[in-house]
Structure formats: structure tokens, C-alpha cells
Design a protein around this ligand. Structure first.
Ligand code: GLN
Length: 539
């Protein structure tokens, strides 16, 4: 266990209060004082990981370098801290039970009755510490998903209660995120929901040390005093978190509220150094004071829930700031695009991004969007399925292979330009069986991809089953689609681009997963630049 300190973040009253952003913001502030920090998330659902979930359930599935399919909050942790996460950073109830049941089947419990307490809670506690095993972190922040009081989060809260005594009270603190709603009819902020949610925690034997209160309005002194009195915390441990213009304001807001100082003093850690956060402030300055703006269409089939494309929209925030340009994302449902209306739907956009996705639905619209961008010289960025659709479109309309398709949509086509590799054909289980995680890619010099990265060896993250069919490679290249990046071991095509187009790029991998505030992804930066140039041409 060493000298690692633990911060737990729980949530009450309602979900969606932003525990992930508060955790990431606190992590950022502690990191900016010179502490080594990591953040992990424990989710109370039974799926072993979110990889099999439809994006409408929990938003985007975030993929780590080691190929874990994880909760989208891990994306926030990486974007804020600029440090890679891994499988160990996201644990679900399903994984905990899976581990315990696997041990039980092996006979590891030596004839004992296996129970929630102590076996499930022991497994949870083992996982609370897993990240500290190979790296010595000063502070591990653990976000507990869901809401206190829910049946499903009980074992996590119970494990937390026990864990405080395992590591010693001065090595662990609990931040409880709660809501202080404003009732406009009464003209008042209300503390009762907070009192009740703290009561839930107390009933489970957990006293929160700090309360972070989400609210639309400032919390007056009296109200803070009341919350402190009823919830058993110090007055200066009642922290307000007012709705922010952007999630990237939250670290500075928490700094102002001294959240980091409260945490360090309660954990009996010195402040180490002042918060070094200049580059963050510079980023915010550029983000908030753009000198230009562009409109980019995001064509996808899960657009009713923008969280499905969280990493993409955040990558545009980073890349926009880098270009001092505000990127307005127009979410367009690929289901609504047809050959006849594509010009109307995509009219006036400065760039078109065709998003990742699964299954046949919406593919026709994506293929039409790729055609429109290619024919009209509009900057195009195809990510994963977006690259595959650009390949299919090119095969149909340039190579003249009218029935060209992906075996994901049309298994009977004679020209499966996108197809399953042999090893994928044998796969039966859906969970964790795609091509997942970081793979090397070798980039051809003199290509646009090379210009963007400025090097020939890169590593990017994948999440897909289907691949470009190399049988067709020569024909594509002859007609002007350059396969500018390939996997050096398997020769699989990882990037495509068009030679006679200002900016038409597709990537089989997901560049959005590696864009952070400090390291905006180069492809997004160049795409926004191309959109700005296109805007200059059409205006
Ligand atoms: N459905 C496609 C595949 O599995 C693309 C996946 C994606 O866009 N992430 O290959």
C-alpha cells in the first residue's frame, strides 16, 4: 500500500452531476502541484465492461491503450491529466462478480460459502488498490458511479466503509457530490436533498469529509453553514460548484474554492508547490476568445445523444483552441441522408466528419456524405466506420464496383472491399473480441497524414472488427486513393487519403481517443485548419 492516499468521490440526489469532471478537475489540480495522481472509476452495473452497451445507454465507449473498453469518464481523466489510463482504471460490478465466481469455480475459497461481505467487498477493495501495485501514486482518486442509496452501489459503499479502516482514516477521504436545487417558485436554494443523500451515506457507515454542491446559483454563507451543521462537515468543506460555461473551467473554479487545499490538508499532505496551471489557462484563453469559427457536420447514427461522440466533440474543442477557432458541431443523423437530399442536408458545411458506428443502419447516409465531400472538395474526416464508408463509396463510384460493400452490411456482395479477417470469422462472443487498443502504424512520407504527424511511426487506438480488403489495394491506389498508413506487422490499411482533394482522410483507428488539452490531436488540428481554408474559399 505504501504511502498512497485515497480520495473517493461519491454522488447523491441524482446522476449526471459531473462526478467525472469533479474527479478530473481535482486530479488536475493535485497533479499541477507536483503529485502523481491517477483516477479510476467503479461502475455499479452488471456488464463486465461497457463494450457491449449501445451508446444510447451510457454514451461513448472509451478505449485505452491496453484495449480495455471503458466508461467515457476515463476520456475526461486522460484529457485533463494527459496521462494514459488502462483496464485497471475501470471496474464494474460485473467484473467483480466475474472474478469472484471464477475463483469459486477453481475452488479457491476452500469450501467456504461465498458472500457479498466479505468476498465481494474484498474483491472490490483489492481493485481499489490495484493501480498502486505497479506504480507508486501519491494519490489515487476513485469515482464511484451511480447514486448513493441505490441498491446496486451498496457493495461499493460498504467496501469503502471497510477500506477507510484498512488504510487508516488520515489516508482516505470521501468527497460527496450533491445537488442544491433552486426552486424558482419559492425563490430559494434548497438543502434538503443534500441532507437526505448524506443521510444515506451515514446509514451505510460513511461520513463524507467534503461536500461539493452543484448549483445554478451561488451558495450564501447561511446556507453553507446549514449544510455543514446538518451534514456533519466543517463549514469550509462545503464547496460550491456552480454550472460552468465549459467543463474546462471547472479546475479553476475548484481552485478558487480551495478544493485541492482542503483535500491536501485533510490527507495531511503538504501543498508541495503552487498550482502550475499556466498552459491550461492559455488553452482556456484561446478556447474562449476565438478569432474565427467553422461549422463541421458530424454524421452519425447515435446523434440524439451527443455523449455518444464525446471524445470527438472534445477533440474539436482542443483542436479549435489550437487554431483559435470555434468549431460548431452540427449533429446530423445519417438515417436522414439520401442520394437525393445529401446536397441540401450538408449544404454550407466547412467540413464533414463521418463518425464511428456499428451495424447496417445509417450506412447508406454515411456513404452518401463521403461521396458529397469527395465530389465537392469539402474537407472530410472519416473515423473507423467513416473510413470504411469512404472506401465503399470510392469503390462504387470511382472504381465502378457498383455492388462494393462491407460484410457488416451486405454479406452476399461479390466485392467486399471491407471484410472480416480470418481470425475474426471464428469469433463467437461479442464482449472484448474486436481489434482493440493500441497498434503501431507506419506512415508513408509525402502524404497528408505524414504532414500532420511529422513522423513515420505512430501508435493509435482501435475498436473494430472489419478491415480494408487488401485484395483491392492496387486498384484503389491507381485511382488516387492512397493507403497512407499501414500496420507494419499485418499490412492492414490504417489510413486512407485522396490525392486530388484538399483534405480527405480516413483512419481505421480512433484518433479522438488520444486528444488532450495539452496535446490536441494533430489530425483534428489539421482538419479544422482545412475547414477554415475551405470557408475562406466559399465565402
Ligand atoms: N463497425 C465497424 C467495424 O466493426 C466500425 C467500428 C467503428 O466505427 N468503431 O469494423
Amino acid at each position: 500500500m505504501g504511502s498512497t492516499k485515497y480520495v473517493f468521490v461519491t454522488g447523491g440526489v441524482t446522476s449526471s452531476l459531473g462526478k467525472g469532471i469533479i474527479s478530473a478537475s481535482l486530479g488536475k489540480l493535485l497533479q499541477a502541484r507536483g503529485f502523481s495522481v491517477t483516477i479510476q472509476k467503479f461502475d455499479p452495473y452488471i456488464n463486465v465492461d461497457p463494450g457491449t452497451l449501445n451508446p444510447y445507454e451510457h454514451g461513448e465507449c472509451y478505449v485505452t491503450d491496453d484495449g480495455a473498453e471503458t466508461d467515457l469518464d476515463l476520456g475526461h481523466y486522460e484529457r485533463f491529466l494527459n496521462v494514459a489510463t488502462s483496464q485497471a482504471n475501470n471496474v464494474t460490478t460485473g467484473r467483480i462478480y466475474y472474478n469472484v465466481i471464477t475463483k469459486e469455480r477453481k475452488g479457491d475459497y476452500l469450501g467456504k460459502t461465498v458472500q457479498v461481505v466479505p468476498h465481494i467487498t474484498d474483491e472490490i477493495k483489492r481493485n481499489f488498490q490495484a493501480l498502486g501495485n505497479d506504480k507508486n501514486y501519491d494519490i489515487i482518486i476513485t469515482e464511484i458511479g451511480g447514486c448513493v442509496g441505490d441498491i446496486e452501489s451498496l457493495p461499493f459503499i460498504e467496501a469503502l466503509r471497510q477500506f477507510r479502516w484498512d488504510v487508516g482514516p488520515s489516508n482516505l477521504l470521501v468527497i460527496h457530490l450533491t445537488l442544491v436545487p433552486y426552486l424558482s417558485a419559492a425563490g430559494e436554494l434548497k438543502t434538503k436533498p443534500t441532507q437526505h443523500s448524506v443521510k444515506h451515506l451515514l446509514e451505510a457507515g460513511v461520513q463524507p469529509d467534503i461536500l461539493v454542491c452543484r448549483s445554478e446559483k451561488r451558495l450564501p454563507v447561511d446556507l453553507r453553514k446549514k449544510i455543514a451543521l446538518f451534514c456533519n462537515v466543517n463549514y469550509n468543506s462545503v464547496i460550491q460548484a456552480i454550472d460552468a460555461d465549459t467543463i474546462y473551467d471547472v479546475p479553476l473554479m475548484m481552485r478558487k474554492e480551495k478544493l485541492d487545499e482542503r483535500v491536501l490538508s485533510k490527507l495531511r499532505l503538504g501543498t508541495k508547490s503552487e498550482v502550475q496551471i499556466e498552459s491550461w489557462r492559455e488553452f482556456l484563453g484561446r478556447h474562449k476568445n476565438p478569432t474565427d469559427e467553422v461549422e463541421v457536420g458530424l454524421v452519425g447514427k447515435y446523434v440524439e445523444l451527443p455523449d455518444s461522440y464525446k471524445s470527438i466533440s472534445e477533440a474539436f474543442v482542443h483542436a479549435g483552441a489550437e487554431n483559435e477557432c470555434r468549431v460548431h458541431l452540427k449533429y446530423i443523423s445519417s438515417d436522414t441522408i439520401t442520394e437525393d437530399n445529401v446536397g441540401e442536408v450538408l449544404d454550407g458545411l466547412h467540413g464533414i466528419l463521418v463518425a464511428p458506428g456499428f451495424g447496417e443502419r445509417g450506412m447508406v447516409g454515411k456513404i452518401e456524405a463521403a461521396r458529397y465531400a469527395r465530389e465537392n472538395q469539402i474537407p472530410y474526416f472519416g473515423i473507423c466506420l467513416g473510413m470504411q464508408c469512404a472506401v465503399i463509396e470510392f469503390a462504387r463510384n470511382v472504381l465502378g464496383l457498383k455492388d462494393a460493400a462491407s460484410s457488416e452490411m451486405e454479406i452476399d456482395s461479390k466485392n467486399l472491399v471491407i471484410d472480416l479477417m480470418e481470425d475474426q470469422k471464428k469469433v463467437i462472443n461479442k464482449g472484448g473480441t474486436m481489434r482493440l487498443g493500441a497498434y503501431q502504424c507506419k506512415i508513408k512520407t509525402g502524404t497528408k497524414i505524414h504532414q500532420a504527424y511529422g513522423k513515420t511511426k505512430i501508435s493509435e487506438r482501435h475498436r473494430h472488427r472489419y478491415e480494408f480488403n487488401n485484395k483491392y489495394l492496387a486498384r484503389f491506389e491507381k485511382a488516387g486513393m492512397i493507403m497512407s498508413g499501414v500496420n507494419p506487422e499485418t499490412n492492414l490499411v490504417e489510413t486512407i487519403e485522396l490525392s486530388d482533394h484538399p483534405w480527405f482522410i480516413g483512419t481505421q483507428y480512433h484518433p479522438e481517443l488520444k486528444s488532450t488539452v495539452l496535446n490536441p490531436h494533430k489530425l483534428f488540428v489539421k482538419f479544422v485548419k482545412a475547414a477554415l481554408e475551405h470557408k475562406g474559399k466559399i465565402n
